[in-house]
Design a protein around this ligand. Sequence first.
Ligand SMILES: C[S@@+](CC[C@H](N)C(=O)[O-])C[C@H]1O[C@@H](n2cnc3c(N)ncnc32)[C@H](O)[C@@H]1O
Length: 308
Amino acid sequence: MTEFIHEPVLLEEALSALQPVAGRLYVDGTIGGGGHAEAILEASGPDGRLVAFDRDDRAIDATVMRLARFGDRVELHREPFSGLTKRLLKASCDGVLLDLGVSSPQLDEAERGFSFQAEGPLDMRMDQRQPMTAEQLVNELEAEELAKIFWELGGERRSRRIARAIVEQRGMQRLETTTQLANTVERACPRRARTHPATGVFQALRMAVNDELTQVRAGLEAAWSVLKPGGRLAVISFHSGEDRLVKQFSRRLAKPYTVRGEVDVPELREPCEPSARELNRRSIKPGAAELERNPRSRSAQLRALEKL
Ligand SMILES: C[S@@+](CC[C@H](N)C(=O)[O-])C[C@H]1O[C@@H](n2cnc3c(N)ncnc32)[C@H](O)[C@@H]1O
């Protein structure tokens, strides 16, 4: 098995949002390679504790070793962060970090099927116990459903054309590998820019296979409920749809009013105490040095809020 190497993004910024200190309880909902987790444990020494989650076996195995020196200060669960209330009491934690998306090993290991850069099975599951794979979606969904996924999750403007090409191709031979899919997309939409034409399709399928937006919605609510007053939630997202959910969530909690009905009309507002303070009005993005060191950080955005 190859070494699990993932460079944590916005590390300093996430730490300065969470401000870990000794004796407190923190949660890392997406432990990945354990970079953020290790920094939280170091900053909260000698006795701060961390409860961490990941859906990926490989991530858990790698971090068991990396974090072994912290002993019983760490607890790891191979579970989705949407279920973190099963492991933590309400209002018991001082900080929660969600670093969304995929880890570098998930992208780099061809057999995981996340990337069109190398030949691999069309898998894309973060949790390999899950039955549904990308291969099933690609070969079994109707063209309309595929197009909807490519448009909504991949921002793909040529979603219908690509979906029709997939349906035509799979009529001749089932699509089983990442290269078969990437080539089908490229034939339907020849490359015009530097970005590979299958980029949006791969991102969209990955998000659909892992039901990522549903996880984010549920994860934000779960994280909020386990935080103590004064506790902080920091979320790093890599996709505009994810960041929109985080932004809407934090704006809703930080408003000094609630809204009756679906639309925010000033006459229908009822004053209330805000339950959150946004630590930054705008999302925080990686600086030039980080972008230079780690180009994969380019789409990262951090939002952080404090529970009042
Ligand atoms: C960007 S990586 C995290 C990297 C980590 N912060 C580090 O420093 O190495 C994202 C991780 O979140 C995991 N993940 C994504 N969605 C998840 C979910 N709903 N529940 C638990 N883990 C999830 C992925 O398996 C992946 O390992």
